[in-house]
Structure formats: structure tokens, C-alpha cells
Design a protein around this ligand. Structure first.
Ligand SMILES: [Zn+2]
Length: 413
């Protein structure tokens, strides 16, 4: 349906000489959106099937909420066709928009259908479609409440389908933008779990005479009891306004981009993005610093553990006694006997020193006992041996070789 519509539009565009030309104005003026709360005053619009909720009330509530969101969050200027429960003739509404030099027109309505099971949202752009004739006829019927309506609307009869066949195709110039906003609105409704009945086109008088892109939103069906209950709630009205607002923001961002404008909300968005970026950077730096600190603490703990181990070992060594010195390759023995004649190593004469250790030096056989790692150990052994051999003394071996006295002295004390 949309593709077909766009094709039709392109044909008209070529004929009227504005093919693919953007109709966005780049004059530096604030972006102006006209919000049109449908009906009002003596025109109640559709009436709910069960709670008898009046459409005009819902439309006004959503319109005011939408305007508030736009004013608070963007640099757009908001103009309302009505801010209270007053009657505004249908042809007056486009006049308000055109006088305000609107850049966009959003008309807000709620639907009703003979089929009471019908429900969901739909957004309209101006066009002619026989399937949407019923909705357009109902929304346009209000002009019958106006005096001289035939004069005002140049013979337009809202109840005659023939009146809808020819429209002023000026509106087609804005169709691309209108369709883009209408699609965005429906997408937002869908995101917020509203039933999407799609983007449609119909001959709404209110859209016919505006000189800007425009859409007409049907919030839901008051003829459906469930939807009437939903639409009557303030919370729902806020949700609906938020959906239209989100779509508006997307539309305006696109408009600003195409016109080289930097809007207040874009600046705010940029500042927010930068702040988030800076925060993320800071968090990353903090995390790295923390990691480094933890790593340093871990290394410190390891160093302390090693240090404590070394200290413990040193302490243990000290506990073995003062002057204990263990050197690799050094062995202490106690020499208790020497003789020019060789003796039996297991001789009874050696008593407690069996088996003895024999070293021959210059024709003299020297007999020793023990294999102590420390001097203190050797000294204790010597003391025992002196009971039998009172001249026993300590000798030092290094790597299996007996050290001569001068070399042995450093190991003796
Ligand atoms: Zn309506």
C-alpha cells in the first residue's frame, strides 16, 4: 500500500515539478509544531460504548501532554489549535497552523466503528482511499455543526463520497515527510504494545488545507469497550503522548540534519553521549588502576612470604646453635690415632671409633672417626672420643680431601 502510494506520489511530483525536493524550510526560525486536539466544545467526537467517554477529552489530554514533552525536551515551538474544551471549526484549524507558519501539523483523534470488536491505532496522511472513507467521513462530519458550511468548504459535502475524489494535491508535496512521521508514530505505538493497524491515507479536511507535512493519529477505538477503558486512563494517555513524542523527536532530528540545524536536544544528546563516554573512560582507568594495585599487593605478599621464609630458615639455622656454619663439601672428622704401622680398621683397640677412617700421609697412617657437617658436631664427637683418646683433634676435609692445617683453620674455631 505504501509503495503504491509513493509511486503515485512520484508521478504527481513530476507533474508539479517538486520531485524528490525536500520541502523543509531552512530559514533559521524555530521549528514550529501545531498540535490539534480533535473536536471540542459542542463537538464531543466519538462517544465510548460503555463508559461513554468523550473523544474530545482524550484528544485534549494527549495533545497537551505531547506539547508539554516537546516544549520540555526540544527547541521546537508548540502551538495548539485548542488548549481547553472549546469548539474550533474544522477550517479554523489549518488556518491556525498556516498563520503560525507550522513546520508540522499533528491532529489527535480517537476512533469509533460500527464493528465493536475493532481495536488498535492507525495514523493517517492525506490521500484518497475508499477503504478509509468511513473514518474520514466521520471526522469531517463536524462541519455540519457549522453555519454556512457549504460556503466555507466550497460545496464540500462530508457525507458524499464524490466530494473525496478530487483533493488539492498541494498536500502531496509534503507526503514523503508526512508518511515518514506517520510510520514513526505507528512504530512507537507498536513498541509500546499497542495494536498497529498501520499507516493509512484518507481525505481528512483538516489535513487538506495545511501548508506543511501533517498527520492525523487515531489513538484507538472508543467503540471497543476494552479500548475505551484503556483510553480513559491518564496513564494510557501519557503513554500514547510519549509514543507520538518519540516519533516526533526522530522526525525533527531528521529535519534538523537535512537543514544543517543543531538543535537544543541534539546538543543535549551530544553532551550526554560525551558525559557517558568520559564516565566509561574513567571507569576503565579506575578498573585498570585497581587491577594494578591488586597485582602490586599480590607481588608484595609473595615477596613478604619469600622474605618470611628466608627469615624463618635463618632463624632455624640460628636455633641450631651459635657459630653453626654449614658449608658444602666440608666434612669434619676426629683424628684419634696415628702410627707408622698399619692397623686393622675394625681393631678392638679403636673401641667406639669403629669403623675407622684411614689416611696415609708421608708413611704415617692416620685414623679418624665421624663425618660431621658442622664444627660443633665435630667438637661434641671429639669430646666423646677424648674419653679413650685424650689427644684426639678435629681435621677438616673438603670434597673428600683432607685440608692442611693453614687451609683448615678458617673452618675451625
Ligand atoms: Zn475525531
Amino acid at each position: 500500500m505504501r509503495t503504491l502510494l509513493l509511486s503515485v506520489l512520484c508521478v504527481f511530483s513530476v507533474v508539479f515539478g517538486f520531485c524528490s525536493a525536500e520541502v523543509f524550510a531552512a530559514d533559521g526560525k524555530p521549528f514550529t509544531v501545531v498540535i490539534d486536539a480533535g473536536h471540542g466544545g459542542k463537538d464531543a467526537g466519538a462517544i465510548g460504548s460503555k463508559l461513554k467517554v468523550m473523544e474530545k477529552k482524550i484528544n485534549l489530554s494527549v495533545a497537551l501532554e505531547l506539547g508539554k514533552l516537546i516544549k520540555e525536551n526540544t527547541d521546537a515551538r508548540v502551538v495548539y489549535t485548542r488548549k481547553t474544551d472549546v469548539f474550533v471549526p474544522l477550517d479554523e484549524r489549518p488556518k491556525i497552523a498556516n498563520k503560525a507558519k507550522a513546520d508540522l501539523f499533528i491532529s489527535i483523534h480517537a476512533n469509533a466503528a460500527v464493528n465493536r470488536t475493532a481495536y488498535g491505532t492507525e495514523t493517517y496522511v492525506l490521500g484518497s482511499s475508499s477503504s478509509s472513507m468511513e473514518v474520514a467521513m466521520r471526522e469531517n462530519a463536524v462541519i455540519l455543526l457549522e453555519d454556512d458550511y457549504e460556503k466555507t468548504y466550497e460545496g464540500f459535502d462530508p457525507n458524499s463520497s464524490e466530494s473525496y475524489i478530487m483533493f488539492d494535491y498541494m498536500q502531496f508535496a509534503y507526503s514523503k515527510q508526512s508518511l515518514s512521521l506517520a510510520s514513526a508514530v505507528q512504530n512507537q505505538f507498536k513498541k509500546n504494545k499497542r495494536t498497529d493497524r498501520g499507516v493509512k491515507q484518507a481525505g481528512f479536511l483538516v489535513l487538506k488545507q495545511i501548508s506543511s507535512p501533517g498527520i492525523l493519529v487515531e489513538l484507538g477505538y472508543l467503540s471497543n469497550a476494552d479500548e475505551e477503558r484503556y483510553l480513559s486512563k491518564t496513564k494510557s494517555q501519557k503513554e500514547l503522548a510519549e509514543s507520538i513524542f518519540d516519533a516526533f523527536v526522530k522526525y525533527k532530528a531528521d529535519y534538523d540534519k537535512k537543514n544543517g540545524r543543531v538543535s537544543k536536544e541534539a546538543k543535549a544528546e551530544e553532551a550526554k553521549r560525551k558525559a557517558e563516554e568520559a564516565k566509561a573512560k574513567q571507569e576503565k582507568a579506575d578498573a585498570e588502576a585497581k587491577k594494578k594495585a591488586e597485582e602490586a599487593a599480590r607481588k608484595d605478599t609473595v615477596a613478604k612470604t619469600v622474605d618470611e621464609k628466608v627469615k624463618k630458615e635463618e632463624k632455624e639455622k640460628k636455633a641450631e646453635g651459635p657459630g653453626v656454619k654449614v658449608e658444602d663439601g666440608i666434612v669434619y672428622r676426629v683424628q684419634f690415632c696415628s702410627s707408622s704401622k698399619r692397623k686393622d680398621l675394625n681393631s678392638r683397640e679403636f673401641k667406639m671409633c669403629v669403623p675407622a677412617f684411614e689416611v696415609a700421609e708421608n708413611g704415617i697412617y692416620k685414623y679418624m672417626y665421624g663425618e660431621e657437617k658442622t664444627f660443633d658436631g665435630a667438637a661434641a664427637l671429639r669430646k666423646k672420643i677424648q674419653v679413650s683418646f685424650k689427644d684426639a683433634f678435629i681435621v677438616v676435609f673438603k670434597n673428600g680431601v683432607k685440608l692442611p692445617i693453614p687451609e683448615a683453620l678458617p673452618y675451625l674455631k
